[in-house]
Design a protein around this ligand. Structure first.
Ligand SMILES: Nc1ncnc2c1ncn2[C@@H]1O[C@H](COP(=O)(O)OP(=O)(O)O)[C@@H](O)[C@H]1O
Ligand SMILES: [Mg+2]
Length: 321
């Protein structure tokens, strides 16, 4: 069984959280009304906008409790230790890893754990150079940019892709050294597909113990993908007809069944919605219908489903203007 979150065995954290699986994303503790939890309230608003992800949401709230108590202990001059908050994010593309990293960097800034809270997103090419000596420098420069904030390295497993001779190894070694030198000055988030991340950690024995937290981002269900679509439409002030919604629902559920290795979850939905909106625009221009209702409405024929040819193209539409 894959836990939605786990703590590494050599965890430096002294706080033990309830690891029971719960469906609800409710707080794992009652909130004392007299205490101000403004950063949490802000976080909750942002989390509520995210579809599904109940385990991630729960863990974010637990993290908040941990940070809050950490601050309170500091104020009471109790031992807090030099705590690092590096994390691993495991999950397929488009499952919300970057979205959550951005949210967490805001939280860390608001909790004054990180002074700046900037999110630096990087991938292999940002760390690995082309000749000897370049990689260490590139990696150090990147960490320098991330000091006071979060360094998010996507597809981190690609750093050990090329074996012993690859400069990726040098990047990992440099990262480990930088984590030692600047342990609490930035938060390193390594992200990637679950299995590849496991292999990557196995190949770098020094690494697992440096990440007290692991977040798992599961794929979305068909219903969740549909809900994300509806939300994205609403945000852009569009709405689907009942027919269009049914057709899209069928399509998204089929996508989940197909289980294509390259399926990109939320990103797929976003691209589909954006393409759909462009197709609706072409239809409206062709029809010359610009009343409020027409502008708002997405019909089945507008849906940019990749398994169907769109019945009209832009050239045809504009030739009639
Ligand atoms: N739980 C969610 N609810 C709504 N939209 C989501 C959710 N997760 C991801 N998205 C959307 O899906 C797209 C891809 O998300 P992103 O965080 O970039 O994924 P990843 O970093 O895992 O590839 C973004 O447009 C994001 O807003
Ligand atoms: Mg991402």
């Amino acid at each position: 069984m894959r836990e939605a979150f786990t703590y590494t065995q050599n965890s430096q954290i002294n706080v033990v959280f309830n690891q029971k699986k719960e469906k609800s994303a409710a707080l794992p503790f009652p909130i004392d009304e007299k205490v101000s939890h403004a950063p949490l309230e802000k976080m909750e608003k942002a989390l509520n906008r995210l579809v599904g992800m109940s385990e991630v949401k729960k863990m974010v709230k637990e993290l908040y409790a941990w940070l809050y108590v950490y601050r309170k202990r500091e104020e009471a001059q109790l031992k807090v230790g030099k705590q690092s908050f590096h994390m691993l994010f495991k999950g397929n593309p488009g499952t919300g890893k970057t979205t959550v990293a951005r949210l967490l960097s805001d939280l860390f800034r608001e909790m004054e754990i990180l002074p700046k809270g900037q999110l630096i997103e990087a991938e292999r090419a940002d760390l690995v150079g082309e000749y000897i000596g370049q990689t260490a420098q590139k990696t150090r420069d990147l960490v320098k940019k991330a000091l006071g904030g979060v360094l998010f390295i996507d597809e981190a497993y690609s750093l050990s892709r090329g074996g012993e001779k690859d400069f990726g190894k040098e990047a990992v070694d440099t990262l480990v050294k930088q984590m030692e030198d600047h342990n609490t000055e930035f938060i390193l988030v390594l992200a990637g597909y679950s299995d590849e991340m496991d292999d990557f950690l196995q190949m770098n024995p020094g690494l697992p113990s440096r990440f007290p937290m692991i977040f798992s981002f599961p794929d979305f269900s068909g219903d969740e993908l549909l809900q994300i679509s509806g939300q994205m439409m609403e945000e852009r002030e569009y709405r689907m007809t009942t027919e269009a919604r049914k057709r899209l629902s069928r399509h998204l559920h089929q996508k989940v069944i197909d289980h294509d290795a390259h399926f990109s979850n939320g990103r797929y939905v976003r691209n589909l919605i954006e393409k759909t909106i462009r197709r609706q625009a072409v239809r409206l221009v062709r029809e010359g219908a610009f009343d409020r209702d027409s502008l708002l409405t997405i019909r089945t024929c507008d849906l940019a489903l990749d398994d169907e040819r769109f019945p009209l193209n832009a050239d045809e539409a504009f030739s009639t203007i």
